[in-house]
Design a protein around this ligand. Sequence first.
Ligand code: SIN
Length: 354
Amino acid sequence: MLYQKPARSLLAVFGLLFLMASAAQAANVTILATGGTIAGTGATSTTTVGYTAATVGVQRLIEAVPELAKVANVTGEQVFQIASENMTNEHWLTLAKRVNVLLAQSSVDGIVITHGTDTLEETAYFLHLVVKSRKPVVLVGAMRPSTALSADGPLNLYNAVLLAASPEARGKGVLVAMGDQIHTARDVSKVNTSTPDAFRTPELGMLGYFQGSKAFFYRQLVRKHTVETEFDVSALASLPSVEIVYGYANVGPVAVDAYMAAGAKGIIHAGVGDGSLAAKVVPALKAARAKGAIVVRASRVGQGILARNGEANDVELDFVVADTLNAQKARILLMLALTKTTSSKEIQRMFYMY
Ligand code: SIN
């Protein structure tokens, strides 16, 4: 009995030291909040559509998941508070610059970006090309607002922080953590308007899963990204104007002509099938190229390689093909490519490299 008290207090001191040591060792993860459904609120717990996105601040998001403290030292920063359909090139430049500043600090080990799901894949791919660090950057969102029954935001956020804190995520480019899965920013897409399993990398495949508070990787991207790219946004205040036109039955030249009249420097043509061009659109695209705009053939199909010199003679037309990138990601790569060159050959090289 006499010896129990000192033994207990000694144990308590060791316990405290152990907790302090683990807190010091835990990774430091910064959450940059930008809005979206993960920060959304609905009128009732069964409101899963027709809610208001971007109403909950980053501190409340963090407080709602106390388990975050078990996997990292988490701090939050509200960068924007918007629904992601309002994301602009200027938002991307601001965000990328902030990410690069934070990751250059030795006190930051990883970054999580909370984001609306509608353009999450675009922001993720933009950062994938311009972040200058091997430290993990993870984008996360939610399909259900924070007030909904079975809201998916808290677990998605927990997984994202876990991933950003994990050494295995280093050097893998920008990642997306949604629905217990890990995806690469290059290939992931939102494929469902409203269900919680809306994020997929259908044919090229996701990179891994979350299970039992651990991230498991099974494959990795071979295309270059982050520190391996030639893109540098540190001095950029804007990006060249690149627009997307869609292919469909009965399409005409109006959209291409209008974008060119508005000063577009690049046109992404999301064609039918393997990027086929309707005969009525070809003269408008040729005229765009003759005026110096870069024309990129992509496909509206969503999967597969866009065959160069397949459905159009790209060499003769001096067009570029998007490889496997969807039109919205091709737009991002073309904007960045145009900050470096106007040579269609060089730009085609970039589409096969990134
Ligand atoms: C948005 O993209 O901001 C709204 C939709 C969502 O986050 O799921």
